[in-house]
Structure formats: C-alpha cells, structure tokens
Write a protein that binds this ligand. Structure first.
Ligand code: NAP
Length: 481
C-alpha cells in the first residue's frame, strides 16, 4: 500500500475496499462540507457481491497473526497517525463540520486507542485452575485463553468519524479477528483513510474490508450473514433495536443513544458547574452520545448557576469549523439543525425561555441555553443531538434521582457536589452505565469500560479492554497434572 495522503483542498476520490482491493467503480457517494456545502470527496460504493467477497476473503485469510505482529501493526499505525495528525484533523472537520480544535482532539483520542490496544497485544489474560480443589477433584489443570472469532462486522456513526472506527477495529486486531467495517455514509472519508492507514501499517488485507452502499445491499446483509460471529454497532436506538431483531444467532454489541444529565446540587462549586455544563453541552457540537443533554439544578442555586453558565457559554463561539478560533462547528447537516431548532421552538411554546443562542444558519446552530423547560418537553424526553442545553430544576436529592432516571436512556451522568453522601447515593441509585463526580458524563479514558443500560445499550461494555473480550472467545483445555 502506498503511503496514505490526504488533501482536503481538492475533491478526494476514494473507494471502498474488499480485503485491500478497491471495489469496481459504479455507484458513487458524494460527501459535502456541512458548513459551506463544498464537495469534499466522492466514494465508489459497494454492492451485495462485494459483501459476499469481503466475507469470503476474511474467512479464507483466517486468524493467524501472532501477538507480536498485532502489536507491531498497531504501533506502526500509531506512528503514522502522529505524522498525519493535521491531515486527519482537517478531513474530520471538512466532512463532519466539527471545529478543527475538536478534530485535533479526536486524533489524540484515536492515538490513545492505538497505544492502549498495542499494549494489550503483549498481555496474556488466561487463567489456570487446579482441579484437585474439591473432594471429587482430579489431578488435572484447566487452562483458559482467548481465541479470535472468525469474522466481525463493525457499524459506526458519524459523530466521531475516526475514533469510533478505531475503537472497534483496534480491539479486533488485538483479538486477531478479521472485520468488515460499515462506517456512516455521512463521514466515510475518514473511515476509508483510517483503513488505508492500517493497510500501510502492515495489516494483512483480509483482516479489514470497508464497505458502504445502500442499507439493503450492504449493512443489512452483513448483519444477517450467518458467517459473521459478532456485530458491533454504535449508533441510534432505532437502528440498534432493528439490528438486535434481525441479526440472528450471533453476538450483538449495541452502543446507542444517551440523554445524560448533569446534576448540580445546592452545595456545588458553581464555577465548576458552569464550566462542566458548557463543556458537556457544547463540545463536539453537542454530538457526543455522552454529551450533557439535560441540566438538573437544585432550585436554591438556579439563579446563580444560570448567570455563571450563560457567562461561561459566551466563550463557545460558533462559526467556520476550519478556523482555529472557532469553538463550536456545525452539526452533521442542515436537516439535523432544523430538527434541533424545531424542538427548541416547541419547548419555548411550552413555556421555556431562551437565555443564550437559539439562531441557526444552515447546519450551524448557536450554543443554546434554555431555562424553565417542562419535564415532558421533546427536547428533554428524546435525545437532542446538538449544542442545546435545557435546564430544569429539582427540589431535593430524591427529586433529582427520580427526574434523572425518568428517561428511556441510561448511558452516563455527571454530578456536581461537595458531599460524599450525595455522591454515594447517586452512584448507587442512578440507572446508568457511568456516574462521574465533579466531571462531565463524557469523561473516560480510552481503555476504561464504557457503555450504557436501558435504551442506551445492553450493559455490555466497550472501551479498548472490554471490546477485546467482545471480539474473542475463551477456550479452555484441561491436561493431566
Ligand atoms: P444511525 O443513524 O443509527 O447510524 C449508525 C450506523 O448505522 C451508520 O453507519 C448507518 O449507516 C448504519 N445503519 C443505518 N441503518 C442500518 C440498518 N438497518 N442496519 C445496519 N446498519 C444501519 O446513527 P448516527 O445518526 O450515525 O449516530 C448518532 C447516534 O449514535 C446518536 O444516537 C448517538 O447517541 C449514538 N452514539 C452512541 C455512542 C455510544 O457509545 N453509546 C457513541 C456515539 C454515538 P448509514 O450512514 O449508511 O445510514
């Protein structure tokens, strides 16, 4: 594979890959910059025949990489990513409309994914069991160790075009499992460039194919294919539940939407609360599954908090994503911005007040703070995937816990308090995958377990270390001793 070059000035001409080979030109997918509608790239997409070929190539190629080879590939990919950080950041920003500062941050997270994955290649996590520990025992030992799966399918969303992709492929490489990637059609360019980067780093072509195309021709046949051992999906609840219903007899990992609260108690450091509310609501244009989607503040401190929050949020200027001074870029497309504008207007009709922002230009939506938001408004009942910050009040910790849990979702949460007693109650009583004290819900490191419950997921965690377990199975053997 030639060295990966990325040029976001010209229109990029890219192609899906079946085990390292470009698919035959035919159907094209255009990718436009959400900020200025400029054509960023054109992708040659795949057909059902390419799906069949990718499955066959993966199964034929097998799972023979040594642990050291897996380590070396991931390390080389990490070094290549460091060299091309600016190119990848420019590409993420151009196709997703994310501010360039966010895109740079995403490349740094992706770097960590590759680093932590490479380290895991060199560790054994097997166990030894002595079989003479029971009165009916025998002089034998049982040994457990991890084996690759035959084939995985990874389906990713648009909101972290590079990191989401590597969060699935890198653990699969550690496990030694070949995968077929189906990235979002809204951000395919970064996914294809990441695929090329891995080929350049020495990944055997059969270990990775990247396919895009009509859902009925590509994604659905992949999900249903009986040769696929695991479907690892990150995206919306609706699509996740459809996959769960159609995948058949295979492992299904679902990382779905969120409606995460930031809960501000009456004893909170309100400067910290204002900072966390702004960072949690507006980073990545509010398009993180763990973005703050509801701000719940104790009624005693609401006025002080809202004043500080509005003041802090004025720093989050929105505009041209390629400008390093821009804090908040666009959302993924104009249709998404129009939807967010509508739920904002509906909340206002139901009694909410806009305290900051609210204006939209194309796909650019100002960071928006709303107060007096009714508990049953669409904006807080459903996931509002954008830079909206609806504020609601509560009377005491019981009310805060009830309100927080009164959602179909259960991904993460952030609590701002100085009280250990409050912190412990939230940790025990919130029905979510994560509780972060004095942090945003989205705080994590790339290797820590991550994932939600209820409509946010089935409680099976990802994060580099847990995802390796998903992409492998434990075999045991026993021997006389
Ligand atoms: P989406 O519409 O569900 O799409 C996600 C992926 O699924 C895309 O690649 C999409 O392909 C594909 N897809 C669509 N229909 C499919 C089908 N019938 N079968 C198989 N695959 C299908 O989600 P999105 O709008 O890209 O992403 C935003 C959502 O992801 C939000 O809800 C967010 O909270 C969630 N998310 C969750 C996490 C987490 O870890 N919990 C992390 C990030 C994002 P096309 O692009 O071709 O339609």
């Amino acid at each position: 594979m030639d060295p990966v070059t990325i040029n976001t000035t010209d229109v990029m001409q890219l192609s899906c890959y079946v085990a390292g080979k470009k698919v035959k030109p035919g159907h094209e997918l255009e990718v436009r910059n959400p900020y200025n509608n400029r054509l960023v790239g054109v992708v040659q997409t795949a057909t059902t025949r390419d799906v069949d070929n990718a499955v066959s190539a993966a199964l034929k190629g097998g799972t023979r990489l040594t642990h050291y080879e897996r380590y070396a590939i991931l390390e080389r990919a990490r070094h290549l990513l460091v060299q091309r950080k600016e190119d990848f950041a420019a590409l993420i920003s151009a196709e997703a409309g994310l501010a360039i500062r966010e895109a740079r941050y995403e490349t740094e997270r992706a770097h960590d994914v590759l680093l932590f994955a490479a380290i895991e290649c060199l560790k054994d996590d097997g166990q030894l069991f002595s079989c003479d520990v029971s009165p009916k025992g025998k002089h034998r030992k049982i040994l457990s160790f991890r084996e690759p799966l035959s084939l995985g399918v990874c389906i990713t969303p648009f909101n972290h075009p590079l990191n989401q992709v590597l969060h699935k492929i890198a653990p699969a490489i550690v496990a030694g499992t070949p995968v077929i990637l189906k990235p979002s059609e809204k951000t395919p360019l970064t996914a294809i460039k990441a695929t090329e980067l891995l080929y350049e780093a020495g990944l055997p072509p059969h270990m990775l194919s990247v396919l895009l195309g009509n859902t009925s021709e590509v994604a659905e046949p992949l999900v249903k294919n009986p040769a696929v051992d695991i479907v690892s999906f990150t995206g919306s609840v609706a699509v996740g539940k459809r996959i769960a219903a159609t995948a058949g007899y295979k492992k299904v990992i679902l990382e779905l939407g969120g409606n995460d609260p930031l809960i501000i108690m009456e004893d909170a450091d309100l400067d910290l609360a204002a900072l966390l509310a702004a960072e949690g609501s507006f980073r990545n244009s509010g398009q993180r599954c763990t973005a703050v989607k509801r701000i719940l503040v104790h009624e005693k401190v609401q006025d002080d908090f809202i004043r500080k929050f509005v003041h802090k949020s004025r720093e989050y200027t929105c505009g041209d994503p390629s400008d390093p001074a821009t804090m908040v870029g666009t959302v993924i497309d104009e249709a998404a911005a129009v939807y967010l504008e509508r739920v904002t207007e509906d909340a206002v009709k139901a009694g909410a007040k806009i305290r900051l922002g609210g204006a939209r230009r194309g796909a650019l939506l100002e960071p928006t703070i709303l107060t007096n938001v009714p508990r049953d408004a669409d904006i807080v009942v459903n996931e509002s995937f954008g830079p909206l910050a609806p504020v609601m009040t509560f009377t005491d910790i019981n009310d805060a816990i009830t309100l927080s849990n009164a959602t179909a979702y259960g991904l993460s949460s952030g609590i701002v308090t100085r009280s250990m007693e409050y912190a412990m109650r939230f940790i025990k009583e919130l029905k979510v995958g994560t509780v972060n004290i004095n942090e945003i819900p989205g705080f994590r490191i790339e290797s820590s377990p991550f994932g939600g419950v209820k409509d946010s997921g089935l409680g099976i965690k990802e994060g580099v270390i847990e995802a390796i377990k998903c992409f492998s199975f434990i075999k045991t053997c026993s021997i006389p001793w």
